[in-house]
Write a protein that binds this ligand. Structure first.
Ligand code: HEM
Ligand code: HEM
Length: 216
C-alpha cells in the first residue's frame, strides 16, 4: 500500500517534546524543583505558541482551520474506522482542548506562587486576588489535563484494538491507507525556526535566572 506523509517533522517534534516536558513538569512541580519547572514551563508555552503559528502557515494536516468540524462529522468519525489524512473530527476537538488546557496551565503558572520562595514572573505585576486565583487554577487545571491525557491514550488504544495504528505515523510521519489523498506538506524546519525565535525571546525575558541556577 502506498505510504503518504501525514505529519511533518515539526508536528512530531512538538508532540513528543510535549509528552516529555509534561512528565518533567509534573515531577518538578510535585518535588518543588522550581528552576527545572520554570525552564520546562517556558518551553511548553513556546512550543504551543509556535504550534499555533504553524496552524496558520504549516502543512495542511497542521492547519487550525482543519480542526473545526460539525457535531455530525464528529459522530461519523467515531463510528467509522477509516484512516484520515490528519486528525479525524473527534480527534480535532481533543487537540483543540489540549491547546486550551496547556495555554491555561502555562499562563496561570506565570502568576502562580508557592507562598514560600518561588513566584512566577508576573506575580509582582498583578493583584494578590489574581495570584490566588491563578495558583488554584494551576493546580485544578493540571488535574483536568491529566484526565484529557488519559482519554487521549485510551482513544489511541481503542483505535489500535480496532486495527488502526495511529502511533506509528506520529513517529515516522507516514501513514498507509488507500483512501488517503495527497496534500500540501511544508518543511518542518520552518516550524523549528519559529520555535527557536519564540523560545529564545521567552528565555531571554524570563528564563535567565532559572537557567543560571540550573547550570551553576
Ligand atoms: C503528555 C501526554 C500527551 C499530550 C499532552 C498529548 C497531546 C497531543 C496533541 C496536542 C496532539 C495533536 C498534535 C498536533 O496536531 O499538533 C496529539 C496527537 C497524537 N498523540 Fe498525543 N499527547 C500525549 C501523549 C501521547 C502518547 C503517550 C501517545 C502514544 C501512545 C500519543 C499519541 C498521539 C497520536 C497517535 C496522535 C495523532 C492522533 C491522530 O492521528 O489524530 N500521545 N497528542
Ligand atoms: C505549561 C505547563 C505546566 C505544567 C504542566 C505545570 C504543572 C505543575 C504542577 C503539576 C505543579 C504542582 C502543583 C501541586 O503542588 O499540586 C506545579 C506547580 C507550580 N508551577 Fe507549574 N506547570 C506548568 C507551567 C508553569 C510555568 C510556566 C510556571 C511559571 C513560570 C509555573 C509555576 C509553578 C509554581 C510557582 C508552582 C508551585 C505552586 C505551589 O507549590 O503551590 N508552572 N505546576
Amino acid at each position: 500500500m502506498e505510504k503518504i506523509k501525514v505529519w511533518d517533522g515539526f508536528i512530531r517534534f512538538f508532540h513528543w517534546s510535549l509528552v516529555l516536558l509534561i512528565a518533567v513538569l509534573y515531577f518538578s512541580g510535585e518535588e518543588g524543583w522550581m528552576d527545572v519547572h520554570f525552564v520546562a514551563g517556558y518551553s511548553v508555552l513556546s512550543l504551543i505558541i509556535a504550534r499555533l503559528f504553524w496552524g496558520f502557515i504549516g502543512s495542511d494536516t497542521a492547519k487550525l482551520a482543519a480542526l473545526l468540524h460539525s457535531p455530525k462529522a464528529v459522530l461519523n468519525s467515531i463510528k467509522s474506522n477509516s484512516y484520515t489524512r490528519g486528525h479525524n473530527s473527534a480527534g480535532s476537538y481533543m487537540v483543540l482542548a489540549f491547546f486550551c488546557l496547556l495555554l491555561v496551565q502555562g499562563v496561570s503558572g506565570l502568576m502562580t506562587t508557592d507562598d514560600i520562595l518561588t513566584d512566577g514572573p508576573l506575580v509582582q505585576y498583578v493583584a494578590s486576588s489574581w495570584v490566588e486565583l491563578a495558583s488554584s487554577v494551576h493546580k485544578l487545571n493540571f488535574d483536568i489535563l491529566l484526565i484529557a491525557i488519559a482519554i487521549h491514550i485510551l482513544a489511541i488504544v481503542v483505535y489500535r484494538i480496532r486495527g488502526k495504528n495511529l502511533v506509528k505515523p506520529m513517529i515516522t510521519g507516514f501513514s498507509a491507507g488507500s483512501e488517503l489523498k495527497d496534500g500540501e506538506m511544508k518543511s518542518g524546519w520552518w516550524g523549528f525556526l519559529i520555535l527557536v525565535v519564540i523560545l529564545s525571546l521567552v528565555l531571554y525575558i524570563w528564563g535567565l535566572e532559572p537557567l543560571e541556577m540550573l547550570f551553576s
